[in-house]
Design a protein around this ligand. Structure first.
Ligand code: PLP
Length: 427
């Protein structure tokens, strides 16, 4: 594997290099455990002195291939696959933040993450301050406290589609000496590589574009290997870990310290492990990710342009549109395309929205994004319904908003389906 290969080549060739006579395709190692001849070898595995496998909760060869491939594509040092995107986000925070500590987050988040941060993390004693992503550097810095341990944001907010101002967020994180943790689910490493833009940790819901075919729920944390944990704020990465014979993560594992700690402490103790078969499907999804992201982005832009001028539509929101507030930033940070999700406001509000969803024939009513097949959803009555109306608006959801996850079908068929459903919505 050559780390200088282009991302299209890493997507195909990265992560798994069979040796003489080994399977060409990464095997699904559907085994909880591994067999040994030598007790001393097992002891050295448990002491983390040699790399290897002892229990699939902690590491598995199929998961390992997926982790290596995504780490290579993101340009990171290591990765840890998880059972869901939510598990990836939870472990990413818990790895560096404990009761009594605090994080600052952009308010424009996927509804599940907003819930995790506003309802569940506080029950663990971790407080979250939400900031408007358009706030100034000084305003964001003002949300920090001595006990703040991370700054969090999404590359492309779901479903507002606002593009992260990486220059501003990474400058604040750097000045505050905390990592910038970025959810790169919507952009994927094909459209945006957050580590090149100042981020330190990337999380993904692998359930979305990485899988790409709506088969598996999973997540992954990718370590940029580019943060100095030995800055006085993260003693748990620097000082001896008594639950691991006094292991010092930074000293022993260098740029992979954060990932090793997440694996051997949090995955060991909390256990949201990726299933080997799901890791296999994510590994294969990554192989075609560059091609799919090109087509998702082209189709979404064409459909957004069509909707923007449609008489039954009040507004269309897609960063590729000149009218989008993030358009300029999208050109800077997402030059290859803006991914497959767009939103629009339907004339006739929530009533017309429901009729539209029911009238779609090719585009399916599905609570999902990132599938090769196109999907439609009304977030206010589904994914964001646990939030108050005020919280919904602060995450970018209005009652007339329809979200389309534009697939990789032919654009003519997508436009025809949208047109007939819009006509039906106004009757
Ligand atoms: C941006 C983003 N992050 C995280 C998640 C959570 O991922 P999962 O559903 O795999 O737990 C989602 C799910 O929709 C998402 O869209």
């Amino acid at each position: 594997m050559n780390p200088d290969w282009k991302i299209e080549t890493l997507a195909i060739q990265g992560g798994y290099e069979p040796k003489q006579g080994e399977p060409r395709i990464v095997p699904i190692v559907q085994s909880t455990t591994f067999k040994y001849d030598d007790a001393d070898y097992v002891a050295s595995l448990f002491d983390l002195e040699v790399p290897g496998y002892f229990y699939t909760r902690l590491a598995n060869p199929t998961a390992d291939a997926f982790e290596k491939k995504i780490a290579q594509m993101e340009g990171g040092s290591a990765a840890l696959a998880t059972s869901s995107g939510q598990a990836a986000i939870s472990l990413a925070i818990l790895n560096i933040c404990r009761a009594g500590q605090h994080i600052v987050s952009a308010s424009t988040l996927y509804g599940g993450t907003y819930n995790l941060f506003s309802a569940t993390l506080p029950k663990f004693g971790i407080e979250v301050t939400f900031v408007n992503p358009d706030a100034t550097e000084d305003e964001i810095a003002a949300a920090f406290r001595p006990e703040t341990r991370a700054l969090y944001a999404e590359t492309i907010g779901n479903p507002g589609m606002n593009v992260l101002d990486f220059a501003k967020f990474s400058a604040v994180a750097k000045a505050q000496r905390v990592p910038l943790v970025v959810d790169n689910t919507m952009a994927t490493p094909y459209l945006c590589r957050p580590f090149d833009l100042g981020a330190n940790i990337v999380v993904h819901s692998a359930t979305k574009y990485i899988d790409g075919h709506a088969t598996s729920v999973g997540g992954v944390i990718v370590d940029g290997g580019n943060f100095n944990w030995d800055n006085g704020k993260f003693p748990e990465l620097v000082e001896p870990d008594n639950s691991y014979h006094g292991m010092q993560y930074v000293k022993t594992f260098g740029p992979a310290a954060y990932t090793v700690k997440a694996r051997v402490q949090l995955m060991r103790d909390l256990g949201p492990t990726v299933a080997p078969v799901n890791a296999f499907l994510f590994y294969h999804g990554l192989q075609t990710l560059p091609l799919r992201m090109q087509r998702h982005s082209e189709n979404a832009l064409a459909l957004a342009e069509h909707l923007e001028s449609h008489p039954c539509v009040s507004w269309a929101c897609y960063p590729g549109l000149k009218s989008h507030p993030s358009h300029e930033r999208a050109q800077k940070y997402l030059p290859k395309g803006c991914s497959g999700v767009l939103t629009f406001g339907i004339k006739g509000g929530a009533v017309a929205g429901k009729k539209f969803m029911e009238a779609c024939r090719l585009i399916a009513l599905v609570v999902h994004v990132g599938d090769a097949r196109s999907c439609v959803l009304h977030p206010a009555s589904t994914t964001h319904r646990q939030l108050t109306e005020e919280q919904q608006i602060s995450t970018g959801v209005s009652p007339d908003l329809i979200r389309l996850s534009v697939g990789i079908e032919h654009i003519d068929d997508l436009i025809a389906d949208v047109d007939q459903a819009l006509a039906a919505s106004q009757k």
